[in-house]
Design a protein around this ligand. Structure first.
Ligand code: BG6
Length: 254
């Protein structure tokens, strides 16, 4: 659109597409590290993209984080009244309640006048509990909905920031540091080359499930996330990235 042309954001988008070798990028003005309202702009762009991607089977899986919480704030009902079912991508993952996938999912559904289902599972589970829980009919049903989602929306975080925020056990922190992790997304920690160096065992969407999802949207902004974004996208070329000018400029410089 005209605003993007005048502000040069479309030039940034093209440069970034080229640099990251990804199919599609949206860049919004500002740097969310500096101004919190920029996350709302990321949200606005994301909501617009969700609406343009709605078809017959509209199951939207959403993950956690402060960026996703802001996307939920910007959600509005679909003018064409298409039906949407929102599901959380994963369990809690050690986030504060307002930043948990379940909370965000319920809020998005409310604002979209859509429906939602929740995943009532603990954050991190032992192997034994994991096996029992995924066979529990009520959980299984939601897991199947999650796996059949047509749109997945997730954040990308800096590895160390996320490990700290989740109060990760010392052994795992060591693994994350020793593996030179720089990025994190839904419980997976990635090194600079986009290789997984650590994974939190949780119930819900797994990295390999993304291959079967029609629209995968990663939303992450702020210059401080540039390295994380670049690393994560090394193994996710089909993902649509929605980011801000702060991160985009840093990515192009880097
Ligand atoms: C977490 C997600 O809740 O939020 C991660 O599980 C993501 O996928 C992280 O990396 C990003 O958080 P924020 O607050 O920077 O948007």
């Amino acid at each position: 659109d005209i605003i993007k042309e005048i502000s040069g954001l479309n030039v940034l988008e093209n440069e970034l597409k080229e640099k990251l070798q990804i199919k599609d990028v949206i860049v919004v003005a500002g740097d969310s590290d500096q101004f919190p309202w920029v996350k709302k702009e990321l949200g606005r762009a994301c909501v617009k993209r969700i609406k343009s991607s709605l078809t017959g089977n509209n199951i939207v899986a959403v993950n956690g984080g402060t960026t996703l919480a802001d996307i939920a704030e910007m959600m509005t009902p679909d003018p064409k009244n298409k039906e949407i079912l929102f599901v959380p991508g994963r369990g809690g993952l050690g986030e504060q309640v307002e930043n948990q996938a379940n909370t965000i999912c319920a809020k998005m559904a409310e604002r979209a006048s859509g429906n939602y289902r929740l995943l009532h599972v603990p954050d991190v589970v032992s192997n034994e509990t994991y096996q029992t829980m995924i066979n529990e009919p009520s959980i299984r049903e939601v897991l199947e909905l999650i796996k059949s989602s047509s749109i997945v929306i997730h954040g990308i975080g800096d590895a160390i920031t996320m490990a700290e925020r989740r109060k990760t056990a010392p052994d795992d922190v060591k693994k994350i540091i020793d593996g030179n992790a720089v990025a994190e997304a839904f419980g997976y920690y990635f090194n600079e080359d986009g290789r997984v160096v650590h994974k939190v065992q949780t119930i819900g969407l797994q990295l390999e499930d993304l291959a079967n999802v029609e629209h995968v949207i990663a939303v992450a902004g702020g210059a401080s996330k540039a390295m994380a974004i670049q690393a994560y996208l090394k193994q996710a070329h089909d993902t649509l990235l929605i980011t801000d000018e702060g991160a985009a400029k840093e990515l192009i410089r880097g």
